[in-house]
Design a protein. Structure first.
Length: 115
């Protein structure tokens, strides 16, 4: 879970935990990329618009790392409330886009579709 908003991170992590999913949180793209080097995971949930590197750029770097280490490609779910059209279109090309404010049940349904 990559999001610069601590409330969004906490609420999504809480719901994931209640549903029996493990979660690794990062408050930004660079932290997520570092964690990607050390942790294994099955799915990425990322905000698009964040300070510094945005979520689309972060996902591209994460996928590049996965390829370099011969790890499988993983599904991506972007959550966003303020993405510019260009970023949103790029995100849609890489994965699913869920708009904020989002319904946690819809997010869970989307996660279940991929896992």
């Amino acid at each position: 879970m990559i999001d610069d908003d601590p409330l969004v991170r906490a609420s999504v992590e809480k719901v994931l935990k209640l549903e029996g999913y493990g979660s690794i949180a990062a408050q930004g793209a660079l932290e997520a990329i570092q964690k990607c080097k050390a942790e294994a995971f099955d799915l990425v949930i990322s905000d698009i618009r964040m300070p510094g590197m945005n979520g689309v750029e972060a996902v591209r770097e994460i996928r590049k790392l996965l390829n370099e280490h011969a790890r499988k490609d993983i599904p991506i779910i972007f959550i966003t409330g303020f993405a510019e059209l260009g970023d949103q279109l790029k995100a849609e090309h890489l994965g699913e886009v869920v708009l904020k404010p989002f319904d946690l049940n819809r997010l869970l349904m989307t996660i279940r579709e991929y896992l």
